[in-house]
Design a protein around this ligand. Structure first.
Ligand code: HEC
Ligand code: HEC
Ligand code: HEC
Ligand code: HEC
Ligand code: HEC
Ligand code: HEC
Ligand code: HEC
Length: 470
């Protein structure tokens, strides 16, 4: 059956290619990718490396390439000279240290100078490249838990992990489930039915999280079957550049909006693959406030989507068949990939690259120009990003500084700190979300985020509407 399926897809692709040779516009019948069929499996990053060495070399230097690894002195970004923290609510001290090559956290309590409680745990994995933080995981018989110490690299400081502060220290008991793991890593082998037990976990987000399972691609290229990728789409592997803007955006959006992810019926955190619509697998909700100045850390996709630069350029492409049929439709829009080459870290990208992207659209004869005072512009060396994409703190993670991706006219201090009121929840990846899904989202908000009775009332409203419609 699987063979038949692959065969059908291959034939479809071949036929699609045949047809395209007769059209004047290039081969843009966007058929199914072979990587979306069941028979295709993950080939692993080392196999991609064999033929794409230079991409591999730069990718493993990025935050995504270094997102998850076994704890080691090489991996750790932490400074151990001042590694003691104190929880005044539970009267517990924590200290991190190396015991040979083993990273250990000691929890202890003092009574008149006596150590009356002592617990030492070994840290097995570090999550976070260290561009902002290192968080730590302890594994017992395959069960993953988060340890109660995080190193914040921008402030060079040990503190509690987000959510452990102010009396909420769960010590070594916070469960690390699939939701967390699948944003920070390649897909792991999970023990179904458990909450946090893994058979094995990979080390870092690999190529195939953005390109899809690659076994067919590897086999075809090894067999010498080539495609002219300057003109065509190679359907053996997903090149996000050649997807529709929506599907390209969905790849980044899968991980770059940490909202309330509500899985569709019978779907799991494994099911999204590049080339699919994210809303077929999950809907991600976030609260909307009357003042949208502050943001959480992992919200780049949601913030960018508020920007006129994004909205107007992507709407234009969706509405114009000629533009959306091009080999790389995103080239006329502002998506993540317009500014970021994910194989290269922002740290080695250089600010000119980002500013030139702005100027591609905002210059004489194109979209409107900057209306700020000339002297003001010069005082900032015409650095568009410094005024329009300022860095600031995040509401959910302490001691970090992240880049605002809502591009707009700069707002004043007063506007920034205006009181914000909860308005509603909004689905980030699906503008036409069904009533029932919205109801389920409110229920899940009650469970996860303490929106309280307000959310229950809303859940009832949407669930009842659905019920009455039947
Ligand atoms: C045996 C060599 C080989 C291996 C292994 C290999 N590739 Fe490729 N890949 C190629 C060649 C050659 C091309 C360009 C020509 C083509 O697609 O036929 C290519 C093209 C691509 C493209 C561009 C497709 C397009 O339509 O623009 C992507 C993306 C890609 N590879 C990703 C990967 C990933 C991810 C892996 C690991 C799972 C991988 N490759 C493994 C040889 C290889
Ligand atoms: C929806 C996907 C998603 C989920 C779920 C998620 N994160 Fe993240 N997290 C991200 C993204 C994306 C970033 C990068 C944000 C940035 O660089 O501004 C991030 C940043 C981080 C960082 C900082 C990394 C660094 O140094 O830049 C750590 C540590 C972290 N998350 C840990 C966790 C842990 C632990 C969990 C689960 C308990 C979790 N995250 C859940 C997507 C997610
Ligand atoms: C975070 C997502 C992401 C990851 C991870 C990723 N890529 Fe890519 N890759 C992209 C995007 C986006 C493009 C399209 C870039 C463009 O053309 O603007 C791309 C393009 C490519 C291409 C087409 C040729 C080119 O130079 O543009 C190849 C080959 C490729 N990637 C290989 C790899 C390999 C090998 C790895 C792992 C070492 C990898 N990618 C990891 C997102 C990713
Ligand atoms: C599997 C989840 C996942 C996917 C898919 C993903 N990202 Fe990421 N991305 C992350 C996480 C997690 C981090 C933070 C990693 C860290 O620093 O520890 C990150 C970091 C980044 C960074 C900063 C890291 C650096 O060194 O520059 C950029 C830029 C980025 N992602 C862009 C993208 C783009 C563009 C796409 C879509 C083509 C994408 N990401 C897809 C999870 C993902
Ligand atoms: C208009 C250009 C532009 C677009 C579009 C864009 N970014 Fe960025 N991004 C930047 C700049 C500028 C920085 C800061 C670079 C630096 O620190 O030098 C940045 C930084 C980041 C970082 C590092 C952490 C941080 O917040 O500083 C991540 C992660 C990231 N972007 C993800 C994304 C994702 C995901 C998308 C699409 C939803 C996206 N970006 C779209 C310009 C852009
Ligand atoms: C792909 C083209 C494109 C790119 C790249 C782009 N923009 Fe825009 N931007 C637009 C369009 C289109 C508008 C809406 C113009 C209008 O309303 O007439 C816009 C609007 C704006 C506005 C006004 C927003 C408002 O709400 O009034 C600002 C400010 C802006 N862009 C700054 C930037 C900066 C800074 C960059 C680079 C970081 C950038 N843009 C990159 C296309 C782009
Ligand atoms: C010193 C800070 C600063 C820098 C640097 C800067 N801008 Fe602006 N920009 C502003 C301010 C302030 C406004 C709003 C001025 C006003 O009230 O009309 C603005 C307005 C804009 C607008 C909206 C224009 C309109 O007619 O509504 C665009 C587009 C824009 N900037 C793009 C850019 C681009 C592109 C660059 C880099 C070449 C840039 N800006 C550099 C501060 C800056």
């Amino acid at each position: 059956m699987k063979k038949l399926l692959t065969y059908t897809v291959v034939v479809t692709v071949v036929i699609a290619n045949l047809f395209c040779n007769y059209t004047t516009t290039p081969a843009l019948e966007r058929t199914e990718f072979v990587s979306l069929t069941d028979s295709i499996h993950y080939a692993g990053m080392n196999s991609c490396k064999e033929c794409h060495q230079s991409i591999y070399d730069s990718y493993i230097q990025t935050g995504m390439g270094k997102s998850f690894e076994k704890a080691s002195k090489k991996k750790s970004s932490a400074d151990f000279s001042n590694s003691k923290i104190y929880d005044k609510f539970k009267d517990l001290y924590y200290q991190s240290f190396w015991n040979g090559d083993s990273l250990q956290f000691m929890e202890y309590r003092l009574y008149k100078g006596d150590t009356i409680h002592k617990r030492i745990e070994t840290v097995h994995y570090i999550v976070g490249s260290g561009q902002h933080t290192n968080s730590h995981m302890v594994v017992t018989n395959g069960y993953f838990n988060q340890a109660p110490m995080t190193f914040y690299t921008q402030k060079k400081k040990w503190d509690f992990p987000p959510g452990f502060e102010d009396g909420h220290n769960t010590r070594f008991n916070r469960l690390i489930g699939l939701e967390c793991m699948t944003c920070h890593n390649s897909y792991p082998e999970f023990v179904e039915g458990s909450v946090n037990k893994f058979e094995s976990v990979p080390e870092g987000i690999s190529c195939e999280r953005c390109h899809g399972p690659g076994s067919a691609h590897v086999a075809e290229k090894q067999a010498g079957k080539l495609v002219d990728i300057s003109q065509k789409i190679d359907f053996s592997i997903v090149n996000p550049a050649k997807l529709s803007i929506e599907k390209q955006f969905d790849i980044c959006q899968r991980c770059h909006v940490q909202g309330n992810a509500v899985l569709r019926k019978r779907k799991s955190f494994y099911d999204f693959l590049p080339g699919m619509k994210l809303s077929d697998v999950m809907n991600v909700f976030m609260p909307v406030y009357s003042n949208s100045s502050e943001h959480i850390m992992a919200s780049h996709a949601e913030r960018l989507k508020l920007s006129q630069c994004y909205l107007q350029t992507t709407q234009k492409i969706s509405a114009d068949k000629n533009l959306s049929n091009q080999l790389r439709p995103y080239k006329n829009a502002l998506t993540c990939v317009t500014c970021h080459n994910p194989h290269i870290s922002v740290k080695s990208t250089g600010i000119d690259h980002f500013n030139n992207t702005c100027k591609n659209c905002h210059s004489e004869g194109k979209s409107m120009k900057c209306s700020a005072d000339k002297k003001l512009l010069e005082s900032k060396q015409n650095n568009c990003v410094s005024c329009h994409m300022p860095k600031s703190g995040a509401t959910d993670i302490p001691h970090v500084s992240v880049t605002e991706h809502f591009i707009r006219k700069p707002i004043s201090e007063k506007e920034f700190s205006a009181i914000k009121n909860f308005v509603t929840i909004s689905c980030i990846n699906n503008p036409n979300v069904e009533q029932l899904e919205r109801g389920r989202a409110y229920i899940s908000y009650c469970e996860k985020f303490e929106l309280g009775k307000m959310a229950l009332d809303s859940a009832k409203k949407y669930l009842m509407t659905k019920h009455q419609m039947k």
